[in-house]
Design a protein. Sequence first.
Length: 201
Amino acid sequence: MRMSEKCLFDVLKNYGFEIDENFIKEYHIETVNHVIRCFEMAREFGLYLGLNEEELDLLGKCALLHDIGKFQLDKNILYKVDKLSDEEIVHIKSHTELKNIDDIKSVEGIILDSIKYHHDNFICTGYNKINVGEKHCFVRIISIIDAFDAMTYKRCYAKRSLTYGEALKEIFKHLGKQFDLFYGNEFIKFIKSNNYMDIVV
């Protein structure tokens, strides 16, 4: 088991999430790989921003858990290749709402907000129709990293993934609307400074 994968399952257990590791690894490996990549990138970006170890730990947990709700979804809908129906889209969007939240041990509010609001934006057209600018900066950072990873790694329903350069151009285009202006610009500089790609945006 990869270290980051072990970290994911340890965090889930520590917070009291009821999980079946074998089921998740068999049917949700795409989501597992996604949150692990987000975790690793969040830690690196946090170091770039100068966060201390406590802050890095919290940001990492936000990244690991932001899509935990997908483990509750019907895998046949979540990983469906064909176009989704309106009802199926509603089902997918429900991954930001955790079931049995009262049965879960105390989870930091910032983590819960990262789960609930990572698909929200600055013009109130996201899942919850709220201004994500009112939420903690970690929620806004996770929104950027989540979108960047979703664009640059091929999903089952996508014809192709975007290059890093194409994805950064999308982030830049939507700064101040979908993505935080400051952290979006810092993220673009971070990717370029770490030699992830050899392009000029």
